[in-house]
Write a protein that binds this ligand. Structure first.
Ligand SMILES: C[S@@+](CC[C@H](N)C(=O)[O-])C[C@H]1O[C@@H](n2cnc3c(N)ncnc32)[C@H](O)[C@@H]1O
Length: 205
């Protein structure tokens, strides 16, 4: 009985902290000090799903937008290979530094790094076959500006892959992502997964 009470208390505490974080820290980039939380078996599991849904091919140009510590940047660089190229972008220098170290350790030389906020207008236009936003959109203050910039950066026929996962405190629902994407001109190409973990592939029309 005591075990159940303890379990209930811990669960209520986690939910309470989650609600508190979400209400107080909307649009705040994930602090660099929490990097360790990103690198865990749960994240690695759904990252494999993200990569499968991205449908990358050798030679592709890919934009890892909000790359964080580069957990996805490395497998993307490996998949597009020496004839392809990846741009890893993040608004936090600490995150980009971790990504740079991870990429160097993996021996990849086909990755460029860009310290910039999405929506700042720093991306080249008509350049990428794929772009991805994995648990990033909820942290971005001006979501429409960010999506517009990514839309412009994609080649015609290229697509942006947006993945949202619970219990990320910045989780955005699929309906909200679709609504924002439509305002920018994206067409929904695929909707994978479920409420708890979904990916929307959004095509530049
Ligand atoms: C939860 S982490 C996810 C990292 C990575 N996508 C992954 O799945 O491992 C969110 C990342 O988005 C970045 N970010 C937040 N707001 C941003 C913005 N406006 N422009 C670029 N990056 C941003 C944060 O700095 C952080 O590294």
């Amino acid at each position: 009985m005591q075990v159940f009470a303890l379990f209930g208390f811990v669960a209520a505490l986690i939910v309470g902290l989650w609600i508190f974080w979400r209400s107080k820290h909307r649009n705040l980039p994930c602090p660099t000090t929490l990097i360790a939380l990103l690198d865990n078996p749960f994240t690695r599991g759904y990252h494999r799903t993200v990569l499968a849904r991205l449908k990358l091919e050798p030679g592709f140009r890919a934009l890892d937008a909000g790359c964080g510590p580069g957990l996805l940047t490395v497998p993307i660089a490996q998949t597009v290979g020496p004839t392809g190229r990846v741009l890893a972008l993040d608004v936090q220098p600490g995150m980009l530094e971790r990504a740079r170290t991870r990429v160097a350790k993996a021996g990849m030389t086909n990755v460029d790094f860009l310290l910039a906020g999405l929506g700042d207008g720093k991306l080249p236009t008509n350049t990428f076959d794929r772009a991805l936003l994995v648990t990033v959109l909820g942290e971005v203050a001006d979501k429409l500006a960010a999506l517009k910039e990514i839309y412009g950066a994609l080649k015609p026929g290229g697509f942006l892959s947006v993945t949202e996962v619970l219990p990320d405190p910045d989780y955005q629902s699929a309906a909200r992502v679709k609504n924002l994407a439509a305002q920018v001109g994206f067409r929904v190409r695929n909707h994978f997964g479920n409420f708890f973990l979904f990916t929307l592939n959004l095509e530049k029309s």
